[in-house]
Design a protein around this ligand. Sequence first.
Ligand SMILES: Nc1ncnc2c1ncn2[C@@H]1O[C@H](COP(=O)(O)OP(=O)(O)O)[C@@H](O)[C@H]1O
Ligand SMILES: [Mg+2]
Length: 235
Amino acid sequence: MSLLEVRGLVVGYGPHPVLHAIDFDVEEGEVCVLLGLNGAGKSTTVNTIAGLLRPQSGEVRLDGRSLGRRSPSARVKQGISLCPEGRRVFPRLTVRQNLRLGAWSRRRSPRAVREQHDLVFDYFPRLVERQDQLAGTLSGGEQQMLAVGRALMSRPRLLLIDEASLGLSPALARTVWEVTSRIRDGGTTVLMVEQNAGALPFADRALIMEKGTVLHTAVGEQIRNVNLREAYLGA
Ligand SMILES: Nc1ncnc2c1ncn2[C@@H]1O[C@H](COP(=O)(O)OP(=O)(O)O)[C@@H](O)[C@H]1O
Ligand SMILES: [Mg+2]
């Protein structure tokens, strides 16, 4: 059984669906990239998995059990955490305070929260020097690291990251992608949304999305042979 199973998911913002009955799996212990052009339906997909959008039909299963109509906070407790598109940090709070908010679901176990703090600082050493700084004063790359770090504070089994590389320099984008491998090795499965095919080498599984459908799945070695022109650029 896969950690995440998406089945027949139909989602829209009005009468017309944006996702057309998509199906895919993510196995525990992998980094999976959901790759597609702007407007393909990537954010709609991860936002639905996180419980922010309600499907018209179909379901999302974690460990084989349907999440049904569970709220986003209930899903966080079950181990699903979303780092949403657009680097949303609280600009007037410090780095430390931002991280603390990400640990809200675990606030009754301060020790676990401290451990998670240490883990996030280990993944993103840049944040250590910045921990007492207001998040709004960080560079774009640092804010993105903080956003990913905050999503990690709930100690998720499945971390959803929506376009972490957007607006970052190629070097910083690589840094963020490299950290996803470490996050995976630390026991958190990662599903990351990307428009940038540069993320492919960091993935164990790649899903190519176009116009609300998953066109193509590649696993392991097949990822190198993903024909981007056909599968991604829709030529
Ligand atoms: N809040 C919204 N209201 C109406 N339409 C939306 C909304 N968000 C996204 N869409 C539409 O849904 C489609 C998929 O969008 P999205 O999931 O954001 O794609 P991606 O993340 O791949 O760029 C697009 O056609 C977009 O215009
Ligand atoms: Mg998007």
